[in-house]
Design a protein around this ligand. Structure first.
Ligand code: TGC
Ligand code: FAD
Length: 430
């Protein structure tokens, strides 16, 4: 059944196909044509209700607009099919490197783009507007692989890995979560044993983004004293395997897998020398969580923009559904929440540029924005009625993706407990 016939069924239930009445046939054809145009083109227009653009520099806007155009050109046309097939679209990797999607704030001498934190955030916003899985690929590479190598690595490690990660020639992944240690990574059992001229790595990580094809994994493991160390595990090392995790209903355009270590021989040069303890991986998470805070604004803006356009065009009871108060309430609340999140996050970016943002502030912002985006996706989907459940529009895909985003990089609960501890001084985790 073609797309037009599908629309006939949606518009006129019980219609026999092919539809014969020439008047209705004309109306249906026009409606279907309008929808086809809306779907085949990316008509996205970013909302800026409180003129936040005026707080951005010309450079910020140039970087943001370049990422926005790239997403329209390279991501929008292919992302739905990639998600339906549950395939990571490898063809976007090179372009991601070119727009600064890998290591936006890593210094230029290591291949990064040397940008500030607001530019980094704006790139994440645009990528996640396309798809959370695309932003995830960029987040993992930038904040969970390049960041620890840059901050905790030796000069040799930086020169060996960072330039290739910046272009996408190498893909990296970050192994913290284990089968029995998710929210409580400090309990990890993956370990390294000193064998004199090398270490032996044993254990397993799971739910690892990019694992199935990563060239290098930043893995967190305990040494014999129980101290957490960062280990660079390279594809091809004997005893190292990366089985893919299948059957996800969420983040389908991002590959997820396990990291399994069976007596993997690790050269001593592959240990990150400059920081250890749980604070080392958690420090990387600050940077990635900040990126998610911006990214989820992008998904919320896309859902709102789609719902607004649809509501203005969709006629029921003789009028656009945008003219009914119930739909206006949904749309008005969406733009209010988006606007609040935009300002909270912009302010966080300013504080990060000044080196004054705290981990607890990042937690609050990540938690608020993912929750905001998920609620908006659910409301926006309803505005589209039955069309909202199809892959013809991005909303359902965003909604499903956000179910991962609200769990990874610290769950909704964990971030609330971080805020709770920060304001009361009482630890309610344990
Ligand atoms: P706690 O005793 O509180 O802290 C241990 C040490 O870490 C320090 N620290 C931090 N350092 C830097 N940044 C932060 N955000 C930090 N938070 C804590 C702390 O000062 C302490 O340092 P020291 O020197 O005294 O040892 O640790 P805890 O065991 O009580 O746990 C605290 C808790 C629950 C907040 C933490 O474990 C946590 O955040 N759990 C959530 C786990 C998580 O977020 N996992 C994410 C895995 S990676 C991922 O999901 C990638 S998704 C990728 C994608 O596709 O985008
Ligand atoms: P659990 O920790 O078992 O939590 C289960 C429930 O219990 C949650 O609701 C949680 O909020 C609640 N809970 C836990 N502790 C407490 C407490 N003290 N008080 C109250 N409630 C509590 N990890 C990586 O290391 N690298 C990656 O690249 C990566 N990518 C991922 C990609 C995807 C698609 C997904 C879904 C996950 C990914 N993760 C990754 C793992 C992710 O970080 C973990 O799933 C997350 O930290 C939660 O751990 P868990 O799933 O084991 O849940």
């Amino acid at each position: 059944m073609g797309f037009v016939n599908a629309i006939i069924i949606l518009v006129i239930p019980n219609a026999n196909i092919p539809f014969q009445n020439s008047f209705f046939s004309f109306k249906i054809h026009t409606f279907a044509k309008k929808l086809t145009i809306a779907m085949s083109q990316d008509l996205y227009q970013a909302p800026d209700y409180f003129l936040l653009d005026e707080l951005l520099t010309e450079e910020h806007k140039l970087i943001r607009d370049a990422a926005r155009e790239w997403v329209k050109r390279e991501v929008s046309p292919i992302i739905e099919e990639a998600c339906q097939k549950a395939e990571f679209p490898k063809q976007i990797v090179k372009g991601l490197g070119e727009i600064g999607g890998f290591g936006p704030y890593i210094p230029v001498e290591y291949g990064g783009a040397g940008l500030d934190q607001i530019s980094y955030g704006l790139i994440m916003q645009e990528l996640e507007r396309g798809d959370s899985g695309v932003r995830s690929t960029s987040s993992v590479q930038s904040s969970l692989v390049m960041y620890p190598i840059w901050k905790y690595g030796s000069e040799e490690q930086k020169m060996k890995f960072l330039p290739k990660l910046a272009t996408g020639e190498f893909i990296g992944c970050f192994g913290l979560t284990e089968p029995d240690h998710g929210s409580n990574p400090g309990g990890m059992v993956t370990n390294i044993k000193d064998m004199g001229d090398h270490y032996l790595l044993n254990g397993a990580k799971m739910w690892i983004s990019n694992a199935p094809f990563a060239d290098v994994a930043v893995v967190w493991a305990k040494n014999e004293e129980g101290r957490i160390k960062g280990v660079l595990v390279e594809r091809g090392m004997e005893g190292f395997t990366t089985p893919e995790t299948h059957g996800k209903w969420s983040l389908r355009a991002s590959a997820t897998g396990e990291l399994v270590f069976d007596n993997v021989k690790i050269p001593k040069d592959n240990i990150l020398p400059n920081k250890d303890g749980l604070g080392a991986p958690l420090g990387c998470l600050d940077s990635a969580r900040y990126g998610i805070a911006w990214g989820t604004i992008g998904t919320a803006m896309d859902c709102y923009d789609t719902a607004l356009r649809y509501a203005k065009e969709r006629i029921q009871f003789g009028k656009p559904i945008a003219s009914y108060q119930l739909q206006q309430k949904k749309l008005a609340e969406m733009i209010t929440e988006i606007t609040k999140a935009q300002f909270l996050t912009w302010r966080l970016g300013v504080l990060r540029n000044e080196g004054r943002a705290t981990s607890a502030q990042i937690s609050m912002c990540k938690r608020n924005n993912v929750d905001m985006a998920l609620k908006i996706a659910r409301e926006a989907r309803q505005v589209l009625g039955a069309m909202g459940i199809t892959g013809e529009y991005s909303i359902m895909r965003h909604m499903m993706n956000l179910e991962s985003v609200i769990t990874y990089e610290g769950t909704h609960d964990i971030h609330l407990l971080i805020t709770g501890m920060d304001i009361t001084g009482e630890n309610a985790f344990k």
